[in-house]
Every structure is written in C-alpha cells, then in structure tokens.
Design a protein around this ligand. Structure first.
Ligand SMILES: *Cc1c(COP(=O)(O)O)cnc(C)c1O
Length: 400
C-alpha cells in the first residue's frame, strides 16, 4: 500500500516561517544542479557556464588518472569498505594513502578521515577536554568551531590574524591549569588571506601551547608541490597538528591529520569520526594516491594556478573591483549587503558565469561578497571572458 504524502504537524511550522523570511530578504538559496563533471566550463541547471564556484584548484576532480584509479580500485576491492576503520574497515589502500601523505608532508604519521570537517571536529574534540583552553582566530572554519564546542574546553577567540591579540589571550592563561591549543586556518576560506602561522607558532612555543593549522585551502595550493602552509613558512617539525583536505585541490574527498606517531595512534583510539563512521570506499584512497602522483610529478599545475590567479585578480582590480584581503586563488568580490551579493550572483549566472553569493551568517553583516575561485585549468580566454562578464553585470548593478 502507498502512503499518501501528508504535510507534517504544526510542530515544524517555525521552519516555514524562517524560510519565508529568507525568501522576503532575498537570501533564500536554491541549490544549483551540476549536470556535468566539475570543470572550468560546466553545466548547471541546464546551462553551460564559466565555473568560478568550485574548490577544484588543480583540475584533478575529473582527471583521467584519478578516474581510472577509482574504477580499478572499485573493480578489485568493491564499492564499499564494510565497516568503520577501528573494526574491520581499514583496507590496504587506506594505510597506503596515510603513509603516502605522511611522507609527502615530512611527518611521522597521518590519519585520514571521511572529510576535512570530520578531521577538524574529531581531532580538536579528542585532544582537549573541559578543563582545557583553545585560542582560536575569529574567522576559523565552522568545523574547528564545532570541534571546540564538542571538546567543552574554554574558547578564547582572537581578532582575525591579530598575533598581538592572540598573545594577550595566551599571557592571560600563563600559569592557569589546563592544556592550551592555538589554532588557525592556513588559508581563510571566505577571504583568501593567509594565517600568520610563523608568528603564531613562535607564540605557541613560548607559551607551551599545542599548535594546530587547518590547511584545507592550502593543500595543493601553497608550499612545494602543495605541501601546505608549514612548508610555505618553513616550519617543519614545529607545528604539532596539521590538518588538510583531500576534497579541494586533491580533487576527491576526505581530510587528514599529520603529526607524530603518538598523535596519530591516539586519534586512532579516540577520534569519534574514526571510531563511529564508516571508512572511505576503496575508490577514494585510490584516486587520492593518483592525485599525489600528479602533484609530485606536475608542479607546473600549481604554477599555472598562481599565474591564473594573478591574471584574474589584476583584471578585476583594473576594472574597479574590491577583492578584499585575498592573497590566494580564493578571490572575494566585496559588495556589502547579502541581498546584493545574491542578486549579483543570480545576474552573473544569467550571463553565463557561476560564482557564489555569500552573506551573513557565513560572513559578517555588511561584508557580503561573491566568492570566486579560479583553477589551474581555466584558460586565459575563459578568464578574460569572466572578467568581461563580471564587469558588465557589476556596472549595470552599480557595484563598480
Ligand atoms: C572546506 C573546509 C573544510 C572541510 O573540508 P571538507 O573536506 O570539505 O569537509 C575544513 N576547513 C576549511 C578551512 C575548509 O575550507
């Protein structure tokens, strides 16, 4: 028998009211449907558009070598792993990928999680407890914030990239009981600026704090062959906990933590996403291994990413756009109000360009933006066309 689809009880009515208020404010977001692989020109909602909305920095998400590796691993080992890592879901490919990443990052050991989100939330909450302290940049990623909350440690937020403010927070904790964790994003995901990891690491060393960095947007982007901010700042051996993702530049899915053998063994025993959520299907570590091959063999991809970034940002600035604090391929186009950002994004889409509108609460009120990310595989011709579309639409909307 088929059950009729009924509307729910009134208990969820508040959701409808909230959604209606977003619709009125112009901030309700319909999901765009990707109908092709993730590429510089991709098909969303039935239209071929220039794609400036992905994190596929090196163009690996649809690279034939990754696709082949995923297919081959699926044929040999199946579609799923069958269990969480700590029971029977640790496959040879998972361990091979962990060894590969540890060698790449020049650390003793590595653990791979299902996502960068799980890596951050699972690690912070495993390392700290209610009697401990976390000193955290105000713009750190949501997964760090959730990890901090889950740990029940006391959270001390310092102003964005403000090393003196972080020091004040640490000084106030000198002699106070409990462990201390100093944590920053390597590259900040909404602004594209780089965290002052060198100075923060010195602070952590002086005040006996654990130093942790989230390199989600720096993996594959900064440092030699994309080794991340520790390599970029020459801090090898000095940052206790390095998180990275396999979901962005690496082109697949996952997050990892790098550090000492003991750190990783501890996380094997205590990180809740590792213990209580099933491991990646074999296709994932296999494709990631192929991605690391490419990152090591084709450094010109990263060079092209930075060449494209310079070309695109110079073009935007020459046309009067404000690109905020960006120092990396993440390029925000600042517009102010959230409704303007969403309207700008929609108008750009109509003209053949996809870039995401981002407003409160993802960024502060009044700091709304359209966020763009170029990749190594955008051609010069595509980037020039993108700048032309952005400028034309922004002029029409009085944004520049
Ligand atoms: C995207 C992102 C994450 C989460 O990574 P996923 O692998 O997508 O879960 C964590 N931290 C930062 C700074 C990010 O931008």
């Amino acid at each position: 028998m088929l059950y009729p689809k009924t509307s729910m009880s009134d208990a969820l009515q508040y959701l409808t009211e909230q959604l209606d208020s977003w619709r009125k404010a112009g901030t309700f977001q319909r999901l765009r449907e990707l109908e092709s692989p993730c590429e510089p020109i991709a098909k969303f909602d039935g239209r071929e558009v220039i794609n400036l909305a992905s994190n596929n920095y090196l163009g690996l998400a649809n690279h034939p070598k990754l696709v082949e590796a995923a297919i081959e691993a699926t044929r040999r080992y199946g579609a799923g792993s069958g269990a969480v890592r700590s029971i029977s879901g640790t496959m040879s490919l998972h361990l091979e990928l962990e060894r590969r990443i540890a060698a790449f990052k020049n650390v003793e050991a590595c653990v791979v999680f299902q996502s960068g989100f799980a890596a951050n939330a699972g690690t912070v909450s495993a390392l700290l407890g209610a009697e401990d302290h976390i000193i955290s940049d105000e713009l750190n990623h949501a997964s760090i914030i959730d990890g901090c909350r889950l740990s029940r440690a006391k959270i001390h937020v310092f102003r964005h990239r403000d090393v003196a403010h972080a020091e004040e927070k640490l000084e106030a904790l000198d002699g106070v009981a409990g462990r201390k964790l100093l944590i920053t994003d390597g590259v900040f995901s909404m602004d594209g600026d780089i965290g002052p990891l060198d100075k923060l690491t010195e602070l952590a060393e002086r005040h006996g704090a654990i130093m942790m960095v989230d390199d989600a947007h720096s993996s594959g982007v900064l440092g030699r062959n994309g080794r991340g901010t520790v390599d970029h700042f020459h801090l090898h051996g000095r940052v206790d906990v390095q998180v990275g993702t396999l979901s962005k530049a690496v082109g697949v899915l996952g997050g990892y933590v790098c550090g000492s053998r003991d750190l990783i063994d501890f996380l094997y025993h205590r990180a809740r996403p590792f213990l209580f959520s099933t491991s990646h299907p074999p296709a994932v570590p296999a494709a990631c291994l192929a991605a690391f091959d490419i990152m090591e063999q084709e450094p010109e991809r990263i060079e092209q990413l930075w060449t494209n970034t310079r070309l695109f940002q110079e073009g935007l600035r020459a046309n009067g756009f404000s690109t905020g604090r960006s120092e990396t391929p993440i390029t925000p186009i600042m517009v102010g109000e959230a409704a303007t950002a969403h309207a700008f994004s929609r108008a750009l889409f109509e003209e053949g360009l996809f870039a995401t509108g981002i407003g409160f609460p993802t960024v502060a009120e009044g700091k709304a933006r359209v966020r763009t990310i170029v990749t190594a595989t955008h051609s010069r011709e595509i980037l020039e066309r993108a700048i032309e579309i952005l400028t034309r639409v922004a002029k029409r909307m009085n944004i520049v």
